[in-house]
Design a protein around this ligand. Sequence first.
Ligand code: SF4
Length: 148
Amino acid sequence: MNYFSEQIVWQEVPGEVSLAFTISGCPLACPGCHSAASWPATAGQPLTPDYFSSRLQQYQGLLTCVLFMGGEWLMDELLLLLRLARAARLKTCLYTGLDEVPESLKPWLTYAKTGPWRRELGGLEAPGTNQVFTDLRTGACLNHQFHQ
Ligand code: SF4
């Protein structure tokens, strides 16, 4: 598994300070994708368990969540990282272009954004979006928290 970018984000997961990784190799090829440069699986740098753990250690006490933008196409590797995040007592979120979160990931995720990018419908801030942000602990849709 390679990651294309890594950053601390405040708005992508409401109420959480998240360490976000954009995972390389998304196979969905949504027209208008704003991270098309991350489509090649070899783009970016390896996201090894050791590297991931070192980042969690470095940010200890500052983060509340880890966000994976993609990666569900490398299920076993993603599960390992989710387990490490949970062991560090962090919440977890997946942004996926799939309409459903794969069942095997659900026990390890606190939140998920589902649905492919459709330019004409807009993102989570758009009232008519096809995308859904869900608190998987309760099943509640949190899209309203993205409206301005
Ligand atoms: S799911 Fe996301 S990363 Fe993948 S092609 Fe669609 S917009 Fe791009």
